[in-house]
Design a protein around this ligand. Structure first.
Ligand SMILES: [Zn+2]
Length: 97
């Protein structure tokens, strides 16, 4: 399951900003699967003045957090949409390695 907090403010309504987890540190952040822009603060995704890329936030790659992990970080209320892996349309392989 992929958890989205909504459309990407950079590339538009057809994309989704999703939860990811830094494979090394375990820190949660969010990024857009389409353009790769990442936000270390999932509550400040409207801020597009200091853009980071997913690979900068998690150079060793990402994992996709479970809803339990998102809830444990206190960010559960930000989830707007749950997307089945089979319905997700962006290849995340590059980000995961
Ligand atoms: Zn985007």
């Amino acid at each position: 399951m992929i958890f989205s907090i909504g459309p990407c403010p950079v590339c538009g309504d057809s994309s989704r900003v999703i939860f990811a987890q830094n494979r090394t540190t375990g820190c949660l952040f969010v990024f857009c699967g389409a353009c790769g822009i990442a936000w270390t603060d999932p509550e400040a995704v409207e801020a597009v003045d200091s853009l980071l890329f997913c690979k900068e936030v998690a150079p060793q790659g990402i994992e996709l957090p479970t809803r339990t992990e998102i809830a444990a970080a206190g960010l559960d209320r930000l989830v707007q949409e749950e997307i089945c892996d089979s319905e997700w349309w962006v290849d995340l392989t590059d980000y995961q390695e």
